[in-house]
Ligand binder design. Structure first.
Ligand code: NAP
Length: 393
C-alpha cells in the first residue's frame, strides 16, 4: 500500500537520515512525505519509509506540553464520588456529576444496577464492596427518615480516613448533628441542600439556590477537595449560599414546608386545567406538579425533622381560620343590614339557615361540601408575602 505520512513543516526544523545527510531543505514546503524513497523491485514500485530522526522539536514541544498539562489538571479536578441512596434524587444528581466527567459509584437497598449502567455509574449492592472502592466523597441521598439507620450501619471503617461526607437532605440540623455524632473525627463533613429537584431543576440548575455549611473541613488538600465538590454546582450556575444549618431550617420551614403543604393540600382537590386558566391558577397547578412527584417520606421528613415545621403548620391553620372569619364576618354585616333595613324575613331566614348549615357541619363535611360547590373565593386581597433568601422555584 503506498501510504504516506505528512508532517507539517511547522512542527520541525529539519530532517536528517540516520547517515546524517540532510534530506530536505524545507523552505516554503508545507509538508514532506516520509515514504518518498521509491525503489523498483521485480518491476514493481515499492515505498519504503525513510530512516529519519526529528532533530529539533522546539516548535512542537510547548504545544504537547500544554495539552498534557491541561489533561493532568482536568484529571486532578475530577472526583470519585460514591452516592448512597440511588433513588429519585440520587439519580437526578448523578446525571450531572457524570456529565462533568467525575467518577460516580452508587449504593442503594433497591438494585439499580441496570439504571446505573445506562448512566455510566458503577452500582454496588454490597456496602462493603462500595466502600472498598475508596470514593473520595460519600454523598448521602437517602430519605431523611432512613438516614440515621443507614449511617449507623454503614461500614465506614472500610473507607479512607480522610473521606469527605456530604449530604443533600432537605433538613439540615438533623444530619449535621447525626454526622458529627456517628462519624470518626478524621472524616470531613459538608452539609448541603440543593433547593431544587428533578421537576424544578429539569431545565438546568442556573440561578437555583444551593445551600451549604462546611461543618468540619480540614485544611490544605481537604479544603481544596471540598471546593472541587462545591464547584460541581457552581459550574452549573447554582446560586451558592453559605449558611448555618440552623438558619437554613428556619428559612426552609417558612418557604419549603409551606410550599409542600399547600401543594399537597391542593393535590387533594384534584385540580384540573380549564380552558380559562388564569396566571394565578396556572401557578397553583405548577405547585401541585412540583410537589406531587416527591415521596411522602420526604414531606414527612420535612415536618418531623425540622423543629420549626410544627409552628408553621399551626400558623397555616390560624391563617385559614382568620380568613374564614373575615368572610363570615362580612356576611354577618350584610345580614344585620338587611334585618335593620327591613328586608323580607323569609329571605333573611333562608340566608341565616344556609350560614348556620355551614357552621354546624363537621370540618370534613364542610370542606367536602365547599369543595364540591367550589364556593370559596379563590383569591384574597391580602398583601403578598415577604421574599425569603432561599426562595425555591
Ligand atoms: P426520598 O423518599 O426522600 O428518599 C429515597 C431514597 O432513600 C432512596 O434512595 C431509597 O433507597 C432511600 N431509602 C429509603 N428508605 C430507606 C431505608 N430504610 N434504608 C436505606 N435507604 C432507604 O426521595 P428522594 O427524592 O430520592 O430524596 C432523597 C434525599 O434528597 C432526601 O433526603 C431529600 O430530602 C433530599 N432532596 C430531595 C429533593 C427532591 O426534590 N426530591 C431535593 C433536595 C433534596 P432505595 O431506593 O434503594 O430504597
Amino acid at each position: 500500500m503506498a501510504a504516506s505520512i505528512k508532517l507539517s513543516t511547522s512542527s520541525f526544523q529539519s530532517l536528517q537520515c540516520s547517515s546524517g545527510k540532510k534530506l530536505a531543505k524545507l523552505g516554503n514546503q508545507k509538508s514532506i512525505s516520509l515514504f518518498s524513497h521509491r525503489k523498483k523491485q521485480n518491476g514493481k514500485e515499492s515505498c519504503f519509509p525513510m530512516d529519519v530522526k526529528i532533530k529539533a522539536l522546539d516548535a512542537a514541544q510547548p504545544f504537547d506540553y500544554e495539552s498534557k498539562k491541561i489533561k493532568e489538571m482536568e484529571k486532578k479536578n475530577k472526583l470519585k464520588i460514591g452516592i448512597v441512596g440511588f433513588g429519585n434524587f440520587g439519580q437526578f444528581l448523578a446525571k450531572t456529576i457524570v456529565k462533568q466527567g467525575h467518577t460516580v459509584l452508587a449504593h442503594s437497598v433497591t438494585d439499580y444496577s441496570e439504571v446505573a449502567r445506562r448512566m455510566g455509574v458503577s452500582f454496588f449492592k454490597d456496602p462493603d464492596d462500595f466502600c472498598e472502592e475508596h470514593p473520595e466523597v460519600i454523598l448521602l441521598c437517602t430519605s431523611i427518615i432512613s438516614t440515621g439507620s443507614v449511617l449507623r450501619s454503614f461500614p465506614t471503617q472500610r473507607l479512607k480516613r480522610s473521606t469527605l461526607f456530604a449530604d443533600v437532605l432537605s433538613v439540615k440540623e438533623f444530619p449535621r448533628n447525626l454526622l458529627l455524632q456517628v462519624l470518626p473525627p478524621e472524616f470531613d463533613i459538608l452539609c448541603t441542600h440543593p433547593m431544587f429537584g428533578p421537576e424544578s431543576g429539569k431545565a438546568g440548575w442556573s440561578g437555583l439556590p444551593f445551600v451549604y455549611d462546611k461543618v468540619r473541613i480540614g485544611e490544605g488538600s481537604r479544603a481544596e477537595r471540598c471546593e472541587r465538590f462545591l464547584n460541581i454546582f457552581a459550574k452549573e450556575g447554582c446560586r451558592m449560599v453559605e449558611m448555618s444549618c440552623a438558619e437554613h431550617d428556619r428559612h426552609a420551614a417558612e418557604s419549603q414546608f409551606i410550599t409542600h403543604t399547600v401543594g399537597r393540600m391542593l393535590g387533594k382537590l384534584n385540580l384540573e386545567s380549564t380552558p380559562i386558566n388564569t396566571k394565578g391558577y396556572e401557578t397553583l397547578l405548577r405547585i401541585v406538579e412540583n410537589t406531587a412527584g416527591d415521596s411522602f417520606d420526604l414531606y414527612y421528613g420535612l415536618f418531623m425533622y425540622n423543629v420549626n415545621a410544627t409552628e408553621q403548620l399551626e400558623r397555616l391553620e390560624m391563617a385559614f381560620d382568620a380568613l374564614k372569619k373575615q368572610l363570615v364576618g362580612r356576611l354577618h354585616t350584610i345580614l344585620r343590614t338587611q334585618i335593620f333595613e327591613g328586608v323580607p324575613t323569609g329571605e333573611i331566614s333562608k340566608q341565616v339557615s344556609t350560614f348556620a348549615d355551614v357552621q354546624n357541619s363537621s370540618p370534613l363535611q364542610r370542606s367536602s361540601s365547599s369543595l364540591e360547590q367550589k364556593s370559596l373565593p379563590s383569591q384574597s386581597n391580602s398583601s403578598p408575602s415577604n421574599t425569603l433568601p432561599l426562595n425555591t422555584k
